[in-house]
Write a protein that binds this ligand. Structure first.
Ligand SMILES: [Zn+2]
Length: 120
């Protein structure tokens, strides 16, 4: 392992903090807009409001997924298994970890997983 564990952990923790802040700000907006949506009178406005809400929920879900991924990576740093693929156990290339520090799968396992999620 060329990269220093301490740096990885700091990087991941910073990233998680950023995501949590984004999540908090989006969630806050959704809650306040939901309260306001009672005052909408026209159908069109309601539709737009719901579209916006739905988009924010997707953002929230996306952020949540990223946080879960980062927490999993942090757990792996803690366990000393960071840099190794979750599925096949082979070491994940350094270049891949530099671009995607939170990744816990090698490219071939990740590709397989994406195919699976497309099938489902
Ligand atoms: Zn793998």
């Amino acid at each position: 392992m060329i990269m220093k564990t301490k740096n990885i952990r700091e990087h991941l923790e910073k990233e998680r903090q950023n995501l949590l802040e984004k999540l908090a700000s989006i969630s806050g907006k959704v809650v306040s807009e939901k309260r306001d949506s009672n005052s909408y009178s026209k159908q069109g406005e309601i539709a737009v409001a719901y579209f916006e809400l739905e988009r924010k929920y997707l953002d929230i879900k996306h952020l949540n997924d990223q946080i879960i991924e980062i927490e999993h990576a942090l757990e792996k740093v803690h366990n000393g298994t960071y840099g190794f693929c979750d599925k096949c156990g082979s070491s994940i290339p350094h270049e891949r970890l530099e671009v995607l520090p939170q990744t816990t799968l090698c490219i071939s396992c990740k590709t397989q997983q994406s195919k699976w999620s497309l099938l489902r």
